[in-house]
Ligand binder design. Structure first.
Ligand SMILES: Nc1ncnc2c1ncn2[C@@H]1O[C@H](COP(=O)(O)OP(=O)(O)OP(=O)(O)O)[C@@H](O)[C@H]1O
Length: 216
């Protein structure tokens, strides 16, 4: 099993009520799901726990059979580097690096850099003519395609995408989601896509909805 969550509970320090009250679900390799829920329902919190950026108070978050919960920061970072890739709504590109260097960045960090993989991704994402440009010289859709290439170039087992098309117009959002889903499917990774859009969520084979700290 690529990802297994059981009874995951999270209360932020100082908060009166838990954000997550016992969330359980599994995701196999090569499977995709949309994670939905109202603003503040805990979607980003859940992605942070899965990505090892924060820890659950109770329950189990296992990636490829390894429970993240008892690991220290360094242990979680090590596991994340090799297995989980995150794509954010704000793209989070490094402004001082060209598009090409941004694409190579994470793969280099995880010791998996392969220029042939970068080139193939740049071609598929329509970025081949833009690799010398800096993020500020790219459109929003192009920046998000660089962010997708950067994540996939590191060949993660699991891709977490937090509103990856939230900053794009409707047509660009459709195009970018199609490319993301096609490329993830080709690598055989799993995908969790957080979205507020019913229309985009309907394109994924499975949908989960967070409500009052539980999956509805
Ligand atoms: N670091 C934090 N410290 C304290 N409270 C937090 C923290 N991060 C999130 N929260 C609170 O936890 C709740 C869930 O936030 P979260 O960002 O997970 O929701 P979300 O479903 O992703 O929302 P949105 O759709 O608006 O992005 C909110 O009430 C938020 O204020």
């Amino acid at each position: 099993m690529l990802l297994a969550l059981s009874d995951v509970t999270k209360t932020y320090p100082g908060a009166t009520a838990p954000v997550l009250r016992g969330v359980s679900f599994d995701l196999d390799r090569g499977r995709m799901l949309a994670l939905m829920g109202e603003s503040g329902s805990g979607k980003s919190t859940l992605l942070h726990l899965i990505g090892g950026l924060d820890t659950a108070d109770r329950g189990r978050v296992a990636i490829n059979g390894t429970d993240l919960t008892p690991l220290d920061d360094a242990g979680r970072a090590g596991l994340r580097r090799g297995t989980v890739g995150v794509i954010f709504q704000q793209f989070n590109l490094v402004p001082s690096l060209s598009a090409g260097a941004n694409i190579a960045f994470q793969a280099r960090l995880s010791g998996r850099h392969d220029p042939a993989v970068d080139r193939a991704l740049a071609d598929r994402l329509g970025l081949a003519d833009h690799l010398h440009k800096y993020p500020e010289q790219l459109s929003g859709g192009q920046q998000q395609r660089v962010a997708i290439a950067r994540t996939l170039a590191a060949r993660p087992d699991l891709v977490l995408a937090d509103e990856p098309t939230g900053n794009l117009d409707e047509a660009s959002a459709e195009t970018v989601l199609t490319l993301l889903m096609d490329l993830v499917a080709e690598t055989g990774a799993g995908l969790i896509l957080v979205t507020h859009s019913e229309r985009l969520a309907a394109r994924l084979p499975r949908r989960l909805r967070l409500q009052a700290g539980l999956l509805a």
